[in-house]
Design a protein around this ligand. Structure first.
Ligand code: MF3
Ligand code: CO
Length: 255
């Protein structure tokens, strides 16, 4: 069921998603060679606690996987999403790290992700990041009432195609509200003019994931990797559909 949020619910969605943006900005400031993912996770947990919020990821259950153990996802290089935030995951010059933050506060969820650069990276990898971020922006341009989910998906797919990149298979965005994952599903490939219609009051998390070498993925427990080991980027914003322009609820410093 697709939920339409009322004025009060929209206010709470704004608050939850602003906290996600704040955490992403704080973690961005920590990114440098030598930092480990466990410490990023710990900092995120501290900020959540300060705001009486909790992680929407920790304890999340899916299929027959055990509950997810981390409060944020830290996905380095060929890890596409759901990477583990462990102490031995130490950042090195030239790495990229996708940080995904999901929270629940006052009964409403926030969700957002950015891929950050560690030190200096190869030109090809920078272009991967730029294009994935551009895909998210192009997708958000489609978030007008009367448009359909397929318009969002098609905009993402086209951005990958135009730039010779590959959309990670299987993974999608989603509606969001009292729970992290609500209807509708927001695929990263699709046809214009198809799928559910966008209406004011809907809140959706759009999350393109692009790979350099292949769309094929491998799963090990929770973690999705590119099949060929090539780098992958992930950018996610939660967006409110309004009568006019879409409102990005997870606006960070640079996006
Ligand atoms: N942003 C990701 C998603 O919406 C977060 C995954 S939740 C996790 O699917 F628990 F699997 F980490
Ligand atoms: Co999400």
């Amino acid at each position: 069921m697709i939920t339409i949020k009322n004025v009060r619910e929209i206010k709470l969605m704004r608050e939850s998603n602003s906290l996600v943006a704040l955490i992403l900005d704080e973690l961005h400031d920590m990114i440098k060679p030598g930092v480990n993912a466990f410490d990023l996770n710990a900092r995120a947990e501290d900020i959540m606690k300060e705001h009486d919020a909790e992680s929407a990821f920790k304890g999340y259950e899916m299929d027959d996987l055990g509950p997810y153990e981390y409060s944020i996802c830290s996905s380095v290089n060929s890890e596409i999403v759901h990477g583990y935030s462990t102490k031995d995951k130490v950042l090195h010059d030239g790495d990229i790290i996708g940080i995904d933050v999901g929270i629940k506060m006052n009964g409403f969820c926030g969700d957002g992700a950015r891929t950050f650069v560690v030190g200096s990276i190869a030109r090809e990898v920078q272009s991967l990041l730029d294009c994935t971020k551009q895909a998210l922006e192009n997708a958000i341009t489609q978030c007008k009432p009367g448009n359909r989910v397929g318009d969002i998906s098609a905009a993402i797919e086209k951005t990958a195609m135009d730039n010779g990149l590959h959309v990670a298979e299987w993974l999608t965005g989603h509606g969001i509200g009292r729970t992290l994952h609500e209807d509708p599903m927001i695929p990263n490939v699709g046809k214009k003019g198809t799928g559910p219609m966008l209406k004011p009051g809907m809140t959706i998390s759009i999350e393109p994931m692009f790979n350099i070498g292949t769309s094929k993925t491998v799963e090990k427990e929770w973690v999705f990797y590119t099949m060929d080991g090539s780098p992958s980027a992930h950018f996610e914003n939660t967006v409110l559909i309004t009568e006019n322009e879409p409102e990005i609820l997870t606006k960070t410093r640079n996006s």
